[in-house]
Design a protein around this ligand. Structure first.
Ligand code: TXA
Ligand code: MG
Length: 329
């Protein structure tokens, strides 16, 4: 494949989509790798570029709720209520799949995750294409999700024809995935929309066993492994991991500082510490926004060990601890 084209022009990027090719684009969570949802060959090219396991379903990205009838066989009332409250935004709602959506996009499932991104560049691309895009995060499978176009380029240069450039992403962690096809709304992946926010709309919402297990591991309340198989196929794969070893600590005083180690957290280490890379975050939002980029920069600097400070697994901290716990596995 010729060198990957970098552009800021959504119309140019849409030309690739129309030709059945894949394009990386910014969203408010992380960069996505998009293709025409209804073109099975184009969707297959997403899996190939990422080395993604075939049973891991993709999210359908829509420009507005008007496109829902194209991708959903039916819309549970709970899905309508959630989208009314949080769309456009960082929420993915799993609903029954329309038969026209190719099975390759849903990883063979009869459900499909739908998300209406808020990011203006994502919206411009969706408008230019005029149809839904299948899109996972634009990283090589297993790597941290990309929060900058440079991170997409580092993983996929020469493997995809086009990157639609934008600013570093706002949230830095992926959307919350909630399944409303069962009797109880269930969070399959924690993310930028918190459990507390979801419960203001659907008070019965619970965390899936896998998300709960990550929460209790972060809490130190339990070491139980989640029951297999997971409801969200993506959660069974190693994920979000830098090449460096990740170690979670409660306070920076527990870290061995030297030029080959890195630290990210809310508390500052002692002045004069010798970390090869150091980021002190003002709050959990900044920590979430910074962590994947921190992983990638630490790898690029050849660091061997990354210390991450634990945060309480509530609110956005639940999603952050989920990613940190998986990266540390
Ligand atoms: O913020 C995001 O969600 C980003 C941006 C690009 O929109 N996308 C993203 O996609 O993170 P991906 O493919 O990296 O992660 C999607 C997650 C996976 O864990 C997958 O297993 C789960 O959502 N998922 C998707 N469709 C599902 C379905 N029908 N049933 C259960 N889980 C599903
Ligand atoms: Mg991903």
């Amino acid at each position: 494949m010729p060198k990957t084209l970098l552009t800021t022009d959504p119309e140019l990027a849409a030309d690739f989509i129309r030709r059945g090719e894949v394009v990386a684009f910014p969203t408010e969570t992380v960069y996505g790798l998009g293709a025409d949802l209804f073109n099975a060959d184009a969707v297959a090219a997403i899996f190939a570029a990422k080395d993604r396991p075939a049973d891991n379903p993709l999210i359908a990205h829509l420009s507005s709720v008007d496109q829902l009838p194209l991708v959903a066989r039916s819309m549970p009332l709970s899905a309508v209520a959630l989208l009314a409250a949080f769309a456009p935004g960082p929420l993915t709602v799993v609903v029954p799949k329309h038969p026209d959506v190719p099975l390759i996009a849903s990883g063979g499932l009869d459900t499909i995750g739908v998300r209406i991104p808020r990011h203006p560049v994502a919206q411009a691309l969706l408008a230019a294409c005029g149809r839904p895009l299948a899109a996972p995060s634009a990283n090589r499978s297993g790597r941290p999700s990309p929060t900058t176009w440079e991170a997409v380029q580092a993983d996929l240069d020469g493997r995809i024809p086009c990157i639609l450039q934008g600013e570093p992403t706002e949230h830095g962690l992926e959307s919350t995935v909630i399944d409303v096809t069962g009797p109880i709304p269930m969070v399959l992946r924690s993310g930028a929309i918190t459990l507390e926010q979801l419960q203001t709309i659907l008070p019965a919402t619970v965390l899936s066993p896998e998300v709960l297990a990550a929460q209790s591991a972060a809490d130190g309340t339990s070491e139980v492994e989640p029951p297999a198989p997971p409801r969200s196929p993506g959660t069974k794969y190693r994920h979000y991991a830098p090449r460096a070893r990740v170690v979670l600590i409660d306070h920076p005083s527990a870290a061995l500082d030297d030029v080959s180690t890195a630290y990210i957290g809310l508390d500052a280490p002692d002045p004069g510490s010798q970390f090869g890379r150091l980021v002190i975050c003002d709050d959990v939002e900044m920590y979430a926004r910074s962590v994947f980029d921190f992983f990638r920069r630490s790898d690029a600097a050849g660091l061997a060990l990354i210390y991450c400070q634990n945060v309480p697994p509530v609110g956005l901290g639940l999603a952050l601890m989920d990613r940190l716990t998986r990266a540390a596995k």
